[in-house]
Design a protein around this ligand. Structure first.
Ligand SMILES: O=P(O)(O)OC[C@H]1O[C@H](OP(=O)(O)OP(=O)(O)O)[C@H](O)[C@@H]1O
Ligand SMILES: Nc1ncnc2[nH]cnc12
Length: 191
């Protein structure tokens, strides 16, 4: 049930995290089992488990950039950035950032989209961590990696709360490590 390679086997926090995520069938399109992390944000203990796990992992890696992906990467990224002493860089959907941007298009499980980053937010040679809530196809993370690398940053790892294993997101990350806390829960009597 839980992502086996995260070094947290048997950690009871993973079960609490998994149980706090609501699975919504057929949202936003038929056939999609939507992993809704807003329900885990309602439980501050579970929310803190997630931040604590990521902070413990990244605090001694000299990471100076935490890049959060709109919208749900914004819910975890800033807390992690503050705790590890890094800046937070928002990667936003098109037309939302007011300064000069670079952009990168990508394909999703249920459509296509584009991410933008402010030019000047990241300096050449900085070490970056990319944060999001869910990895499905890996298209969004791969666009985030490309944006950071185009600015000369080194992406150390991508970290997500949930990974959908059947969509093989890791394979689109060009060898970059992907750290996942939990896999989606099976929901009984569905559909
Ligand atoms: O691995 P992928 O196939 O790229 O999918 C993962 C992305 O999809 C979701 O965001 P979504 O695009 O739905 O945008 P939203 O958070 O703005 O609703 C999720 O928060 C990830 O960012
Ligand atoms: N099944 C899913 N649940 C939540 N976010 C997603 N992004 C892409 N696929 C998703």
């Amino acid at each position: 049930m839980f992502a086996s390679k995260n070094g947290l086997k048997g950690d009871p926090r993973l079960e609490a995290i998994s149980e706090a995520i609501r699975v919504v069938p057929h949202f936003p399109k038929p056939g999609i089992m939507f992993q809704d992390i807003t329900t885990l944000l309602l439980d501050h203990k579970v929310f803190k488990y997630i931040v604590d796990i990521f902070v413990d992992r990244y605090k001694n890696m000299t990471i100076s950039v935490v890049a959060g992906i709109e919208a749900r990467g914004f819910m975890f990224g800033p807390s992690i950035a503050l705790a590890i002493g890094a800046k937070f860089v928002p990667l936003r959907k098109p037309g939302k950032l007011p300064g000069k941007v670079i952009y990168q298009a990508y394909e999703l499980e249920y459509g296509e989209d584009c991410l933008e980053m402010h030019i000047g937010a990241v300096q050449e040679g900085e070490k970056a961590l990319v944060i999001d809530d869910v990895v499905a196809t890996g298209g969004t993370l791969s666009a985030a990696i490309k944006l950071l690398e185009r600015m000369g940053a080194e992406v150390v790892e991508c970290a997500c709360v949930v990974g959908l294993p059947e969509l093989k997101g890791q394979s689109r990350l060009n060898g970059k490590p992907l750290y996942i806390l939990v896999e989606p829960r099976e929901i009984e009597n569905c559909c």
